[in-house]
Design a protein around this ligand. Structure first.
Ligand code: AHR
Length: 530
């Protein structure tokens, strides 16, 4: 070969190396179009959950006699941290706890309330915190209350009486009882769920779908006759173990209760027991698939429903979180149950869940992180104070900023495939293809556009062109980032490795904003489009 031939060969080899190494790779792209709307984002997507479990109530939000508590027994430091989280709706009092809870035990003079064996999580329940204490807490933090009735060992009559106690102004026995207890005005609780996880064999008083639907329908009848404006939530699927049939459960419940209820509750917990970061980061997409399946089931039932002018049934993901470390016999019982210590990768999974809720804002109208304090929670206390867990930060950014209309964004970036893996404890196996490294949602509120981006890549920053298809970006774009030194980084008492950092501002060039999303990060961009 002559010299010219050798040079051409070398040039080709160089170009091939450059292409393979990706130096000329195109930027990832996110396209935002204000006309491509998914639906209104319900503020109830930023809900939470307080269960009588471990130290969520006692030693968490309520700590009688602690120097950190006010004269009602509420931990003042917890109140502050909860207020900053903008918790829009709070589910109470369970969870598995509610399926053997008799609300009457938790009202009236505290010293006369009966202590009970708490069978779901193996504790002594003193009942010193109950309906009225929770409602005072809810008013203090400015959250909408959402109560669950006992459809396990409870009766439909007992459910009716609780609604009467809470919502009827005066006259009948239970309304008068509330007044006697020092609360002259009704609490007017609007959201009520008809039991908890009734599809789970672990549930006290577990029923099959037909029996649950019958009981729930009759409870709903009595509750609505007592307080006609309440909204009812049916217990949908929570059991995704290999021998369960969650779609069959949901289909039956929707068919039987399609004229009666306003929401179908779904639950999902994920985890990373095999320490496989990429598998774990894909789990919000499993929640998205489940959402779409249930959306289809709802659409089918709505065709034959007789609901008058009422909205169709919506989905309430009224329990979601990462929960896999505190999940053995020892860590699931007693006063220190379910105390998960979260790291950065957990926070990224939570951001992924929130992105899914926004991307499905037309059908998901409520979501509740489980739970608020200490128990698989964003806030963690001891006798001397508290620290903010990693998962708090993405939830706070969404709750404070992602409102208005959800936009259907176009995303073009590299993808990966997962192995086969277990999504959560006891659940069936999944395998995911085409998991995009960038997980994105966006919302528009007036001319303000919020773009939420998880960069799932463990090592690579991803240079991205964000293209507005509705005119130029105006002014500067504010950037907020949740990240940390590694995906295993965590917070603790006196140590904050993961938090929201305000990264300053960037300027777009006309309709294109180019931004480099750091590896293993969640970024929220606050933009304006002219
Ligand atoms: O949030 C913890 C528990 O998880 C709840 O009590 C139950 O509903 C679910 O199984």
């Amino acid at each position: 070969m002559n010299l010219k031939g050798t040079k051409i060969l070398l040039l080709h080899a160089f170009l091939a190396c450059v292409l393979i190494s990706g130096s000329f790779a195109q930027n990832a792209r996110i396209k935002v179009d204000l006309d491509r709307k998914i639906g209104e984002i319900d503020k109830k997507l930023y809900g939470n959950f307080v269960e009588h479990l471990g130290r969520c109530v006692y030693g968490g939000i309520y700590d009688e006699g602690s120097p950190l508590s006010d004269d009602r027994g509420f931990r003042k430091d917890v109140l502050e941290a909860v207020k900053d989280l903008n918790v829009t709706i709070t589910r109470y009092p369970g969870g598995n706890f509610v399926s053997n809870y008799h609300w009457i035990d938790g009202v009236g003079p505290k010293d006369e309330r009966p202590p009970r064996m708490e069978l779901a999580w193996a504790r002594l329940e003193t009942n010193r915190f109950g309906t009225n204490e929770f409602m005072e807490f809810a008013r203090e933090i400015g959250t909408e209350p959402y109560f669950s009735v006992n459809m396990g060992t409870g009766t439909i009559e007992e459910a009716q009486q609780w609604v009467e106690y809470c919502n009827v102004k005066e006259g009948p026995f239970f309304a008068e009882l509330r007044k006697k207890h020092g609360y002259p005005e009704p609490w007017n609780i609007k959201y009520w769920s008809l039991g908890n996880e009734m599809d789970g064999f672990w549930q006290m008083g577990h029923l099959n779908a037909e029996d649950y639907a019958k009981k729930a329908r009759e409870a709903a009848k009595l509750m609505k006759l007592t307080s006609p404006d309440i909204k009812l939530i049916a217990a949908g699927s929570s059991n995704y173990r290999p021998n369960a049939d969650p779609n069959e459960w949901n289909a039956t419940i929707l068919k039987e209760l399609r004229d009666v209820v306003d929401y179908l509750a779904l639950h999902m917990y994920v985890g990373n027991p095999d320490d496989n970061y990429y598998n774990y980061l894909s789990t919000p997409l499993v929640l998205e698939e489940r959402t779409k399946v249930v959306k289809g089931l709802i659409a089918r039932e709505m065709e034959n429903a007789n609901r008058g002018k009422r909205d169709p049934i919506y989905i309430a993901w009224d329990e979601y979180n990462s929960w896999y470390r505190a999940r053995d016999a020892e860590t699931m019982a007693g006063t220190r149950a379910l105390e998960e210590h979260y790291n950065l990768e957990d926070a990224l999974v939570i951001a992924g869940f929130l992105n899914v809720f926004i991307r499905n804002a037309d059908i998901v109208k409520m979501a509740n992180m489980a739970q608020l304090v200490n128990v698989i929670a964003p806030i963690f206390t001891n006798e001397e104070g508290l620290f903010i867990q990693t998962i708090y930060y993405p939830l706070q950014l969404f709750a404070q900023n992602a409102h208005g209309t959800s936009l259907d964004v176009f995303v073009d970036c590299e993808n990966y495939s997962t192995d086969e893996f277990f999504i959560g404890l006891g659940e069936s196996i999944t395998q995911q293809d085409n998991v995009p490294y960038l997980d994105v949602s966006a919302s528009a509120n007036g001319d303000e556009v919020i773009i939420n981006v998880v960069n799932r890549h463990l090592e690579k920053d991803i240079e991205t062109d964000i293209i507005s298809q509705s005119g130029e970006f105006s002014g500067s774009v504010n950037i907020f980032e949740v990240n940390g030194p590694s995906v295993k980084a965590l917070n603790d008492f006196g140590k904050t490795e993961v938090k929201t950092v305000e990264k300053g501002t960037v300027k777009a060039k006309g309709e294109v904003l180019t931004y480099r999303f750091p590896a293993h990060s969640f970024t929220q961009l606050h933009c304006k489009i002219k």
